[in-house]
Design a protein around this ligand. Structure first.
Ligand SMILES: [Zn+2]
Length: 209
């Protein structure tokens, strides 16, 4: 087998168990794997106090920092569009404690990145990791958030609405997204779920920038 990112050979001793458990699992060499650095701490949700989005998110966790290894991964993902690359982080996602006892809700493709699409489709990553999810949200705008100033972003019109036939229960949800930068996207998404009756809304992102 070859490493998905650098093509160097990956030796994994064949086992009977592996025949079944490794199926559909993406493989990286140890050197590439070590390049991904776990993010420590949590995004500062207090930044949103005093705005209409205060308290929308109850917790947030990011798995990795945005470093050279991650940039390289995203670049390859963009060029190869290889479904297997969506599975690189399957184990890490599956093991995230924040997913336990919460219903996963993928954040729909961001207005911010519609033109670039350099990031893995969140639904694809969840499917690869074998995590059930409910697509409750739809995006409402194609405006480019990246070009808005901080205050403008906070005051902007809602970015998401409930998907058709979506049923939000009095349950605990976790929004899943690729990137946490300013938190605008996730706060907007959480706000919609909270207003529709969600008991709590957390967020899990692959990367924190
Ligand atoms: Zn490699």
């Amino acid at each position: 087998m070859e490493c998905l990112l650098c093509d160097s050979p990956v030796s994994r001793p064949p086992t009977w168990k592996g025949l079944f458990t490794d199926r559909g699992k993406s493989r990286l060499c140890p050197r590439c794997e070590e390049g991904f650095v776990p993010a420590e701490g949590s995004p500062l949700l207090g930044d949103w106090d005093g705005t209409p989005y205060e308290g929308a998110l109850d917790a947030a966790v990011s798995l990795y920092v945005y470093n050279d290894a991650m940039k390289n991964y995203l670049r390859q993902y963009k060029f190869l569009k290889d479904a297997a690359l969506a599975g690189v982080f399957s184990d890490a996602i599956r093991q995230a404690p924040i997913l336990k006892r919460r219903k996963a809700v993928p954040v729909p493709m961001h207005p911010e990145r519609l033109s670039e699409r350099t990031f893995p489709q969140v639904e694809e990553m969840l499917a690869f990791a074998g995590i059930p999810f409910v697509p409750l949200l739809e995006k409402t705008t194609a405006r480019n958030l990246g070009k808005m100033g901080r205050e403008e972003r906070r005051a902007s019109e809602p970015l998401f609405c409930l998907a058709e036939n979506a049923e939000v229960r009095q349950a605990d949800y976790v929004l899943v997204d690729d990137l946490y930068t300013t938190g605008t996207t996730l706060h907007h998404a959480a706000h919609v779920l909270k207003n529709s009756g969600a008991r709590s809304v957390a967020a899990l992102t692959l990367i924190r920038a």
